[in-house]
Design a protein. Structure first.
Length: 240
């Protein structure tokens, strides 16, 4: 399994230098200037690596969490896990890869109206990375529904985690398990509709329309959420 494209080394130095400041100052201009001063990256090079300043550093921090999650999945033995447990484990590894206060500041940044679309894209790419790492081969409308439902699970779990004071984040883990169970129940319900002849006939036209939807590929638009992550997809971690 291949992690992701090699990150810009100057940007990564800036991210590392920014983290101690983010907790106190957020992902703002002050943090970027402090990161430039502490990292030793010349300001001109820093502006090339992160044209939007701290916004680019916040996005890079998020993507670094994705890379760390993939590395942890590669090292994990998932062979004895049920598929739903593999998903929950991947989400939890992603949470463990980041600092809670830094994420809290990132949530504040990407909740701003002009940055919200990028926040959505980052979450989508995270869930796309998870599905690809676990061997998802869907190439129809299910490609979208899987990522949409897992995006909702991931976002709600992060929000719960940010306010969780239970020992070892026990409450968050239980919350995540419940959300994954909801997703699995939804998938079972979809399968039941497909297997029921009467319901299949009733939904024949909608199903035909949905059946024409295909997952994005490298030959199609590259601005579809998750397309770049899918292009870097790799072999399954632990099998499906």
């Amino acid at each position: 399994m291949q992690s992701t494209a090699y990150p810009d080394p100057n940007r990564e130095k800036l991210v590392e230098a920014a983290i101690p400041h983010v907790v106190f100052d957020g992902w703002g201009p002050e943090t970027f200037q402090a990161a430039v001063a502490d990292s030793g990256v010349p300001e001109q090079m820093a502006r090339v690596a992160a044209p939007r300043g701290s916004v680019d550093l916040a996005a890079a921090y998020h993507k670094g969490g994705d890379r760390a999650m993939i590395a942890a999945l590669e090292a994990a033995d998932l062979s004895e896990m049920r598929f739903r447990d593999k998903i929950a484990h991947a989400v939890w590894l992603r949470i463990e890869a980041v600092d809670r206060e830094v994420v809290r500041r990132g949530m504040s940044l990407f909740s701003l109206p002009h940055y919200a679309p990028e926040g959505v894209r980052l979450v989508w790419e995270t869930t796309d990375t998870i599905w690809n790492a676990l061997g998802d081969t869907s190439n129809d409308v299910n490609w979208y529904t899987k990522r949409a439902t897992l995006s909702a699970v991931f976002t709600s779990t992060i929000l719960f985690w940010l306010g969780d004071d239970s020992e070892g984040f026990k409450d968050t883990k239980e919350f995540l398990d419940r959300r994954i169970e909801d997703v699995m129940s939804f998938e079972k319900a979809k399968a039941g509709v497909r297997d029921n002849k009467a319901l299949s006939a009733l939904f024949a036209v909608p199903n035909a329309i949905l059946g024409s939807i295909k997952a994005p590929t490298g030959a199609r638009r590259d601005d579809v959420p998750g397309t770049r992550a899918r292009a870097q997809a790799s072999t399954p971690a632990g099998g499906k």
